[in-house]
Design a protein around this ligand. Structure first.
Ligand code: 4NP
Length: 160
């Protein structure tokens, strides 16, 4: 992927379970990149292994569908140290996962690590709330937050 085309951004979104927030971030980022005409590689992963191989949470799938995106084919995976060499940007959904990623980051990492909402004016340092233990309405908030983050990150990438 990024090795074949070194100037094409390759972005990995990372949350805890990889079944709620980061699959939505991936879907929103892909949609926003298409709108902006930006050629990007995008994937998502979790810092925890609990849901590896599972499709996104039913409520995340439903929210994506409401926003016109089908994420039902996605399967959860756990982030690896190699991701820090394969991707140009690794974007944590919250502070806890940002800390976990800093601990995992290998010495020869080439990926730039950031927090998603650092790309949104007025939201620097904040995390995207975990909707997993809440109700369905939380997923609409998640979509709005990851979309705002995606737009901010795309503006940065487009600016070079
Ligand atoms: P995510 O949400 O990190 O946005 O995918 C969660 C999914 C599962 C769990 C926690 C958060 N869990 O405890 O299993």
């Amino acid at each position: 992927m990024s090795r074949e085309s070194p100037h094409r951004p390759a972005v990995l979104f990372v949350c805890l379970g990889n079944i709620c927030r980061s699959p939505l971030a991936k879907a929103a980022f892909r949609a926003e990149a298409e709108k902006a005409g930006l050629d990007v590689e995008v994937d998502s992963a979790g810092t925890a292994h609990w849901h590896v191989g599972e499709p996104p949470d039913r409520r995340a799938r439903a929210e994506a569908q409401r926003r016109g995106v089908d994420i039902s084919g996605y399967r959860a995976r756990q982030v690896t140290a190699d991701d820090f060499r394969r991707f140009s940007h690794i974007v944590a959904l919250d502070i806890e996962n940002h800390s976990a990623l800093r601990a995992l980051r290998p010495r020869d990492a080439t990926a730039e690590l950031s927090l998603l909402l650092d790309h949104v004016d007025g939201r620097a340092g904040q995390g995207v709330a975990d909707p997993y233990f809440g109700d369905d309405a939380g997923f609409a908030v998640t979509w709005d937050e990851v979309s705002a983050g995606a737009r901010g990150l795309i503006r940065r990438l487009a600016a070079g």
